[in-house]
Design a protein around this ligand. Structure first.
Ligand code: ZN
Length: 244
């Protein structure tokens, strides 16, 4: 089965629209989102609606999704994030809020595992280092494990000697899952933080076990304009052009 694996959409509908178009062109019909469908961006309702409309879509909850639905305290968020969370609450339909409320913290379908942050702390850990990868190694069942939260495409794995290895995943860099355990981060659709402002997304083939990251250009100015129009913090629009 071919899966579109993506994360951290953050209510950036322009970016999501182009990513879904990219998947359609590549005949991808099954979708996995590693959380944070909303937060930061100007079009939460459009994003949740578009994702709910996909025939086979599964997602875990991110910390922003959890804050919007009252599952996580807002004291963990900076003022810009809080402003966006308040805006999101007011701009989601009842059905969209119910959909976000029902998202699980972890998914374990037969072919892989899905969390937002890490298996150890699904909603809050930023998995950035190899020591953290080792700490989490035995806390999930099926490899590979997909995660998001850092907004940076990357992989972690054990090499042949059992030692940890990790790197950022540039576009078009294919990795094949082999022996040992693998974790992949597809990067962020709606707010990339690896200095490449294009939307980031990935494709995973459960038969060949190849994971590949892609970058998709979208109308960044339009999203920034909407952020300003809806009186969300200006910084949330400015960072999109910088890819941070
Ligand atoms: Zn996020």
């Amino acid at each position: 089965m071919i899966y579109g694996v993506f994360s951290d959409v953050h209510a950036n509908f322009e970016a999501l629209r182009l990513v879904l178009g990219f998947y359609e062109k590549n005949k991808v019909e099954h979708f996995i989102c590693c959380g944070d469908l909303v937060g930061y961006g100007p079009q939460p309702q459009e994003c949740v609606q578009a994702l709910m409309a996909l025939k086979d879509f599964r997602a875990v909850t991110g910390n922003h999704d959890a804050a919007v639905t009252g599952r996580m305290d807002m004291k963990w968020f900076n003022p810009n994030a809080c402003a966006a969370i308040e805006f999101t609450r007011k701009n989601l339909s009842g059905a969209s809020l119910a959909f976000l409320s029902a998202l699980p913290e972890k998914l374990e379908p037969p072919d892989f595992t899905v969390v937002h942050g890490s298996p150890r702390k699904p909603m809050t850990e930023y998995l950035l280092g190899e020591n953290q990868f080792l700490d989490n190694l035995k806390l999930w069942e099926v490899s590979p494990c997909f995660m998001g939260h850092t907004h940076m495409p990357a992989y972690f794995r054990q090499n042949a000697a059992g030692l940890p290895e990790s790197d950022f995943l540039g576009p078009m860099r294919r990795m094949t899952v082999g022996a040992g355990r693998f974790m992949f981060n597809p990067g962020s659709v709606g707010q990339p933080r690896d200095n490449d402002p294009r939307a980031s997304c990935a494709i995973y083939d459960t038969v060949t076990k190849v994971f590949e990251v892609f970058r998709v250009s979208y109308d960044i100015e339009k999203t920034s304009r909407l952020i300003n129009e809806f009186k969300l913090p200006v910084a949330l629009g400015e960072r999109l052009a910088l890819g941070f």
